[in-house]
Every structure is written in C-alpha cells, then in structure tokens.
Design a protein around this ligand. Sequence first.
Ligand code: AMP
Ligand code: MG
Length: 347
Amino acid sequence: MQTRILRLDPQNPDPVAMDEAVRLLRSGQLVAFPTETVYGLGANALDATAVAAIYTAKGRPSHNPLIVHVADISQARELVTHWSSQADMLARHFWPGPLTIVLVRAPGKLPDIVTAGSPTVALRVPDSPIALALIQAADIPVAAPSANTSNLTSPTRAEHVMKHLQGRIPLILDGGPAKGGIESTVLDLSGIQPAILRPGLISREEIEAVIGPVSMPSHIAHVENDVTPAPLPSPGLMRRHYAPHAPLTMLPSDQTLDTILSLADKNPTQRIGWLRIQTNDRPPPPLSTDQLIIVEMPTTPRAYAAKIYDILHELDQANLDQIFVDAPPSDDPAWHAVRDRLLRAAQ
Ligand code: AMP
Ligand code: MG
C-alpha cells in the first residue's frame, strides 16, 4: 500500500482536500491526522474491522483500549450510559483540549474491540481544526491512538508517522508540528472517586480547580519519586512506552556529566546523547561531537513537553548507543507528566 501525505493549513483546512480523508474513514480505512497533543491514527470507531486495523498497523496489544475522539459534548453523551455533572463541568472547561474522560459506555453503540472489552470508554474532543473538521465531516466517532509503532516514541510530525507506518496506511494529513507534544491526561470518572490514569498536558491541579479532589493511583504517584512503579492495574498503562531505540537513562542533573565522562572513558567509540536542562554554570565536556550530542532542553514543563518527542525522534536518526537525561524537578507537580513519559521511555 502506498502512503500519501496531504499537507493542510492547520488552522483552516480546505474541506475539499479533506474529502479523501473523510471517504477513507467512512469506508473503514485508516487516516493519520494531527491533534494538539501528538499525531493520531484514526478509524471509524463504529466499525470493528476498521478498529482492528489500527491494532495491526501499530502492533498494539489488543488489551490496550483506544481513545474515541468526538466533535462535541453531544456526540460524547451518545456513547455513555450516564453523562455526569463532573464530566459536563470538565468538558465545558477543557474541551476541545487534552483531557480524556473515561465513563461507563452505553450498550450496543461501540464494538468491544475499541475499549478492549472494558465496560468503560475513553472520550475526548481534540483541539485541532483538522481533527475536528475530519470528525464532523465523517460524522462518526473516531478511535485514535498515537500514530506510531506500539511502545516507541509518539509522533509529533507527519514525517514521524511516515517513518513508523509507511506502507501500512493510505493517508497522513500533515498539519505541521503538534504543539502540545505529549499525550492527553486520562481521567477516570466511572468510579466513586475521580482518578487520573495517565498524567498529561492538563495537570491534576487544573482538574481539581474544576471538580475538587482527584486521586492519583500510587503507581503514578511513585513515578514522581523515581521509585520503580509496581505492576499497573490498567491494561493500557504499559511501563515501557514512548521509548527511543537507544537505551535512555534519567539521572539527577548533578550526576549526568560524571556518568557520561566515565562511560566515554571506558568506551571511547560509544555515541552518547545528553538532554541537558539549561544551566549556566557547567563547562562544556571535553568530548568530540562524535562522542557526545548535547541537546539543551527548555526549563519550563510546557516547553519541554512540546519538544521531547521531537528530540527523541531526531536522536533516533543519529544512531546513538545511549541517551542520558537530566531529571526535571521531582517536587514540582507541573513537571509530573514530563517525568512520567521520561521514566516510561527509560524502562
Ligand atoms: P494512546 O492511544 O496511545 O494515547 O493511549 C490511550 C490511553 O488511554 C492508554 O493509556 C489507555 O489505557 C487509556 N484508555 C483508553 N480507554 C480506556 C478505558 N476505557 N479505561 C481506561 N483507560 C483507557
Ligand atoms: Mg500511544
């Protein structure tokens, strides 16, 4: 199968150019498209065969459920048994946007494969004119995980999707770089207490400002403290995820340089990458650019999130043997989602 890339204006996509994408989706085929988090791989969520093709194209384990993307609150309501007042407040506050809400699914609407057999469904309205225009014109809910091979780094550009899925899907809509850079926050509202299942671009504090206390399961809280997470209760929250090809190690920033120097000393032919958090007080290490590639990382969590996958894709091209990362601050909840992704990339 040949994979075409169709370039669109991300703010104002030409509806005629989108016709082909709509036709493909409606006929059960896969289309990759940009969202404000990362690029998604979409299929008609009402069509079990189309959704099965997502799992095949990504090599995704069938127990990992998909997020269903909808155009608005009314489309979301149709897919659940009870649209709660908390769901409504959060949706009105954060949608379109990077908050995924998990609720009990309505019987008989979605095929089991979308939710991996779970009685709940994950829903989100993406904040991307291309994604919204596509969902609206196709007039169907669109199941879409990130458009990459399972467990590898999520795509933030059409070229990353091409690298992973060339020949496996017919069309990629190219809307330029995804600005959020990491995935949505997944919030479970199907139980007694709202619970974050996956930290993401919207923080726990932002959610709590709208609906009050939200729990963070202990395996995610542990991530903050660099303790190896216990086995995860939710099937989709794999420990090794988002990983580049070269092994990645996160270290306290005052240990990274010494570790790199001792490794380079033992094995001078190793090619090392260093994602350094900018500080002014460090001298340049005495290594050649063949031995060490230094990437200066942003010092704010939003800017860091927007760049991290992009940089990991770039470093993949550089064929490194090892990547070291300065750990972002562990005591600041604003860094929570970035630290979560780095720890999962490291496992
Ligand atoms: P991705 O599609 O790669 O962004 O991953 C989707 C995330 O949402 C995974 O972590 C899934 O486990 C999670 N997810 C999707 N549907 C559900 C659900 N029904 N219940 C719990 N988690 C879900
Ligand atoms: Mg993914």
